[in-house]
Write a protein that binds this ligand. Sequence first.
Ligand code: SF4
Length: 359
Amino acid sequence: MGKIYQIYGQDAHDMTVKLLNAANAVSLVPSGGSVALKPNLVIAGAPESGATTHPGVLSGCIAYFRDHGVKDISVIEGSWVGDETMRAMRAAGYDKVCDAYGVPFYDLKKDRTRPVKTAVGPIDVCCRALDAGLLVDLPVLKGHCQTVMTCALKNLKGCLPDKEKRHFHAMGLQKPIAALGAALKPRLIVVDSICGDLDFEEGGTPVQTNRMYLGTDAVQLDAYGRALMGLNPEEVPYIELAESYGGGSAAWSERDIIALNKPSDAAAYPRPSGTVAALTRHVQADQACSACYASLVRALHTTGCGKGVRISIGQGFRGKAIDGLGIGNCCRGAANCVRGCPPTADQVARALEDMAWGR
Ligand code: SF4
């Protein structure tokens, strides 16, 4: 079983450098090879909101690898279907980090792709992720409205073009996430668990847990993250699926943890609140993209409306006649449709309020 290096605190740069030094991470870079840093920039949001990887994780990685003689370092990412990557990178403060260190940032939405053989068939993956000497996975440990949690394995979805991201939702998410993780198999993962939102992947209700950890097996690190969040294996099945596809081992024990310092006061993890499950109990979802679903969840949460409304969402409703409220262009066949691909949370909220007040 791989070792998991763990550190507590709030200084992401300093914590990252200490983790990389402890694990001698430079030994994973092939001679003369490049390093591609893959953070989580799902939306345009500051890391303090609990959605995106802290810029200090990036600067820590860049400083460490540069100090160890690595010259070819880049940052690669493609935000979710509903947002622009460059807007998201500025909102997270990555522009300042990249400028300060003279490191290029590549928007994977504009990258070339090539098909990769996986357990669920060929998946189109961006070339910059495939061609990196060392792909460094830098996820945030947080909740997700469809897969309950997201961390190392699911963060790799940002290495796909938007079309393939949509296809993942059409395939039901669990199997393709696992298959992609097994195919890409990143050899270095640094998890930002300083203040992830344990309910919403797009952030807004961060929980200060003041922890980071590093390992070389994305499956193991996700299994560990799932345990930290108090979730059961059945709640996040893509982890064991990734193991069955050859992506790594979900086994871990306390003996595998190398603690670099003592836990801080804020290090305990409350379980996800179950808010998302309660809000979406009556929603009919069929192959809904994350951005679309998140807009709906956010609107249900902020308005408190939607009770008794028949709501449909997802690619599975394309071309079908639907009663009630449809969310997104895929549900054009609904009596009342919120247009957009994806629609914003504000648009959905207005539609819910209009229905609630009979406007
Ligand atoms: S409308 Fe929503 S579910 Fe349909 S493709 Fe667009 S984002 Fe995905």
